[in-house]
Design a protein. Structure first.
Length: 355
């Protein structure tokens, strides 16, 4: 029969029943719905990922008559000309997300939203996915040799952490469950220029774009304390009632036609270095004159065999990801140790001549 260790702090054992009634308990990692307008999924160690995008795009119409450019309403947009009334904005109102157009005369045609571009005109347009309606990434679960043995509940009394529940493993022959490694919990989506702007019109051309991508990672039960690549905030350790998480992430969006730069904070390693450091750990020879057993990592990682094309699918460390033309080798990877929340950003740009 499965057993649990009902207390892991002595305070939990001495609190009276009356006192417990004044406290609260919740399961780990807990529920997460910060806006009411959408649910943000998180993995089994409580990490959620949302992405915002801000692109400034220069377009030109080489035809001698006007063109109406249809915009995916998933993006806010604003045309930088005249009074700026050619726009569409997403807003959270109550429990719903509303798309609010500017001047309907200028931003709608055949019930589609967009904007007009005049003959031989060059316009600057911003396209944004904001925190009002962010791009939500489903993070992959942490997987390890210990299927159980986790903290599953925490208890508070008058705002003070008092204890909780830890699962026991029924197998007594298993004393340890290996070593914790930073598993990659996301995989990027590729943003090709022609898929971003499939204008289907040789007269309307993209001249250039510049922008910034921001990825916000949140530890659902935690508070805003974090470390990246060992660079920890002062006082980050010792905070009560929160749990540290260790994982790896790469960029959420890849722009292979353009340039990606200005990573903030700077990444820990490339994807190729990450694979060599962690995925091939079991294959590394033991140092000379040192007697040790190299631990096996089977089943401890949830990387994708199609890193650049979708949500991660687990495979054992002995496998190798399929080739994606070498693109994935130099992708940045951050090793993150955090309690609460961290933001990673980078810039992207492209100039005409890429097509």
């Amino acid at each position: 029969m499965k057993r649990t260790a009902a207390a892991f702090f002595i305070l939990f054992m001495v609190i009276s029943g009356a006192s417990l009634a004044l406290g609260e308990s919740y399961t780990i990692p807990g529920s997460y719905n910060p806006t009411g307008a959408y649910n943000i999924p998180y993995n089994n160690i409580g990490i959620s990922e949302v992405v915002t995008i801000d692109l400034n795009v220069t377009l030109v119409n080489t035809a001698d008559y006007p063109k109406f450019v249809i915009v995916n309403p998933r993006y806010d947009f604003k045309v930088y000309r005249l009074d700026g009334s050619e726009n569409l904005t997403a807003k959270i109102i109550g429990d719903e997300i509303y798309h609010i157009p500017g001047d309907l005369e200028k931003t709608t045609l055949n019930y589609y939203v967009g904007f007009w571009i005049m003959p031989y005109e060059t316009v600057l347009v911003s396209f944004r996915i904001t925190d009002q309606n962010p791009y939500v990434v489903r993070t992959a679960d942490y997987t390890g040799l210990c299927s159980e043995g986790k903290i599953t509940q925490v208890d508070y009394l008058n705002g003070e952490f008092t204890g909780g529940v830890i699962e026991e493993l029924p197998e007594i022959s298993l004393i340890t469950c290996g070593v914790m490694y930073p598993q990659l919990i996301n995989s990027p989506h590729v943003m090709y220029l022609k898929s971003m702007f499939p204008l289907m019109d040789s007269a309307v051309k993209v001249v250039k774009y510049d922008g910034i991508v921001r990825m916000r990672l949140t530890n659902v039960p935690g508070n805003p304390r974090s470390c990246i690549s060992g660079d920890c905030e002062e006082g980050a350790f010792g905070e009560k009632a929160d749990f540290w998480t260790l994982f790896a992430v790469t960029v959420p969006l890849v722009f292979p036609d353009g340039e990606m730069y200005g990573y903030t904070p700077h990444y820990t390693m490339t994807f190729r270095e990450y694979m060599e450091e962690y995925m091939n750990f079991a294959k590394k020879p033991a140092p000379q004159n040192v007697s040790q057993n190299v631990p096996q990592l089977s089943g401890m990682f949830t990387l994708s065999d199609r890193l650049l094309t979708g949500i991660t699918v687990g495979f054992p460390p002995e496998s190798k990801p399929k080739s994606s033309g070498g693109l994935e080798k130099d992708l940045p990877v951050w090793i993150v140790l955090m309690k609460g929340e961290v933001e990673i950003s980078y810039r992207v740009s492209w100039r005409t001549g890429g097509w």
